[in-house]
Design a protein around this ligand. Structure first.
Ligand SMILES: [Zn+2]
Length: 241
């Protein structure tokens, strides 16, 4: 789906999402403003199933306040201007079994798709350590990975390359880097991910072929770095690079 959506301002909510996602349909729809990318039937009163109760998400333009927070990840000369990026806020499950807010920046054309992916991961109860702007780690991917941070946009070069990373276009996302390291001949990134290079699908937060994360991204046409000869298990991108 390529329709650009209207941009909704997410009003800060102070209400915590329900403690656990349930499959019942009696829970009320989340109260937050949300964007939609399809015409809404006027009679519809419940959230579409892809956004389960407890998911609080929105897509916003990069306003001045957000831009001021992105000085480590974006600068003039980056391949994508700020106006073509979007801040996606989403709810995710932590490893402690509690829902928490997360936010990441992606290209505007991918923002609604990414909202949907994270809503699916929430519904699947896939745990994610934290989802914060890489700027909170000084734009340093090594620090972000070591903190097991899930992130999207970062105007940086590809690992061991002089070319822009797909992250520099807002067309790549890394998820739970610790459980899903990038394994090269030279090492494991982050180094703490070494204990997870044996891909045991029972480990919480671990991404496996055919699992919910790979499936959710496949549904929006994104491809997984875990299939590479030097697997980058944390990495998903629009073009498989
Ligand atoms: Zn990546």
């Amino acid at each position: 789906m390529s329709s650009e959506t209207t941009v909704a301002r997410l009003t800060a909510t102070t209400t915590a999402p329900p403690p656990a996602p349930t499959t019942n349909t009696t829970a009320s729809a989340p109260s937050t403003t949300r964007t939609t990318d399809a015409p809404i039937a006027p009679t519809r009163t419940t959230a579409p199933p892809v956004f389960p109760p407890g998911v609080d998400s929105a897509v916003n333009e990069i306003d001045a306040g957000t831009a001021a927070r992105m000085t480590a990840s974006w600068r003039p000369g980056c391949p994508v201007p700020l106006r073509d990026l979007r801040l996606v806020t989403i709810t995710h499950w932590g490893f402690d079994g509690r829902p928490r807010p997360g936010e990441l920046v992606v290209h505007a054309t991918q923002a609604e798709r990414i909202r949907r992916v994270f809503a699916e991961l929430f519904a699947a109860r896939f745990p994610i350590e934290q989802i914060r702007l890489v700027d909170e780690f000084g734009g340093d991917d090594d620090r972000s990975m070591a903190a097991n941070n899930t992130s999207g946009f970062n105007c940086r070069k590809a690992f061991g390359s002089t070319s822009w990373s797909q992250h520099a276009y807002g067309r790549a996302i890394d998820i739970n880097p610790l459980q899903n390291p990038y394994v090269t001949r030279g090492g494991v990134h982050p180094p703490g991910g070494r204990e997870f290079i044996r891909r045991d699908g029972n480990v919480p937060g671990l991404i496996i072929a055919g699992g919910p994360v790979v499936q959710a991204f496949a549904r929006i046409g994104w491809r997984w770095g875990g299939a590479w000869s030097n697997p980058d298990y944390q990495h998903f991108s629009t073009n498989g690079r």
